[in-house]
Write a protein that binds this ligand. Structure first.
Ligand code: NAP
Length: 316
């Protein structure tokens, strides 16, 4: 099989030929049709943000494809089934990948393999942030600060379907147009300093999903309603806040790492994603697609400014 591998942190990604993987008793073997590319994949290859890896390392947590091998002790799946996985044992950037049954989910018929490859990290992150951490309720206002990427677009779709009013930001004209097309009620450009004023004028927010806390957290707090909640999903440095902005509002800031989701939460989250796809509102947007041999370019693309959806590797 063809697989992408790095030999050490910071290595160039190379396309290698390796013997085909085999599923052991407890594993599922998936013929990968598409692999999702997320910022965390680049952190793991680079070894930044405290991420480590076993080498040779094949990047990628999210994949979608067809089951081609089932361990003797695996129940509830069948050969040939369309599935996606949220976490792999062997890496998604390969023609074959191994996954544990508790990280494999049926792929809704309404979604393509490319779209399925965007569910594992972006949608699960958005769902856990919105509904488990922030406990967002219908008719509340949710600001998605950094909404043009994989997590943010998922959050718009989920929050709108839950009956929330959505404020959303992007850093490019194409991104802002996409947010409107996805149903955001108010949009603003997060690269313009005056965007905080524009958001303030649009009304108080109950929940903030923050993708770049090191830039925005201090300015998010005055936007909050009483009882407001800020969920820190992404941050690339430290930041100063004024705690009095929290006191005055009985507000709180909370962290969120998808890796902390319990098995029960993952079942709940992925059942909700399946139901959302069946209902039609879970509908991942593919911004850029790459061939397996161009995985390095895909890793650069996911870190570039001007996001307009998810980056995927298409192995079809
Ligand atoms: P992505 O697809 O690369 O999107 C990045 C988003 O950040 C884009 O919408 C981008 O907007 C936006 N952004 C850029 N500058 C910003 C600013 N000054 N203020 C607000 N937003 C800004 O990444 P993603 O998959 O959506 O992930 C978003 C962040 O969450 C990343 O840092 C990622 O590492 C993190 N994350 C965390 C978890 C977790 O478990 N905590 C899980 C998944 C992802 P423009 O490109 O339009 O400027």
């Amino acid at each position: 099989m063809k697989t992408i591998q790095a030999e050490f942190h910071g290595d160039q990604l190379k396309l290698n030929q390796r013997p085909d993987l085999m599923a052991d008793d407890q594993q599922i073997l998936i013929k990968v049709a598409a692999a999702g590319v997320n910022p965390v994949d680049t952190y793991i290859v680079a070894g930044t943000n405290n991420y480590t890896a076993n080498f040779p390392h094949t990047p990628g947590k999210d994949a979608a494809g067809t089951i081609v091998g089932l361990g003797d002790n695996v129940e509830g799946f069948e050969l040939g089934q369309r599935v996606y996985c949220a976490g792999t044992l062997s890496g998604a950037s390969a023609e074959l990948c191994l996954a544990s049954p508790n990280h494999v989910y049926p792929l809704p018929n309404s979604l393509s393999f490319e779209q399925g490859a965007c569910l594992g990290t972006p949608y699960a992150t958005a769902w856990r942030a919105l509904f488990i951490r922030a406990n967002s309720q219908a008719a509340e206002t949710v600001l998605i600060h950094g909404a043009s990427g994989g997590v943010g677009l998922a959050a718009i779709q989920l929050a709108k379907a839950a009956g929330c009013r959505v404020f959303a930001t992007a850093g490019s004209d194409a991104g802002l147009a996409l947010l409107k097309q996805q149903g955001a009620d108010v949009v603003a450009n997060h690269h313009l300093p005056e965007h905080y004023q524009a958001l303030q004028q649009a009304g108080k927010v109950d929940v903030v999903l923050e993708m770049l806390a090191n830039q925005n957290l201090g300015d998010d707090l005055p936007l909050l309603n009483k009882g407001g909640r800020v969920v820190v999903i992404g941050s690339r440095g430290s930041v100063e806040i004024n705690p009095r902005d929290l006191m005055a509002r009985d507000a709180c800031i909370m962290g969120m790492a998808l890796a902390n989701a319990t098995p029960q939460q993952l079942q709940q989250i992925h059942a909700a994603i399946y139901a959302g796809a069946e209902a039609g509102f879970v509908n991942p947007v593919i911004a850029k697609r790459f061939a397996l041999a161009d995985t390095t370019d895909a890793h650069h693309a996911v870190m570039q400014a001007g996001a307009t959806g998810n980056v995927v590797i298409n192995l079809g």
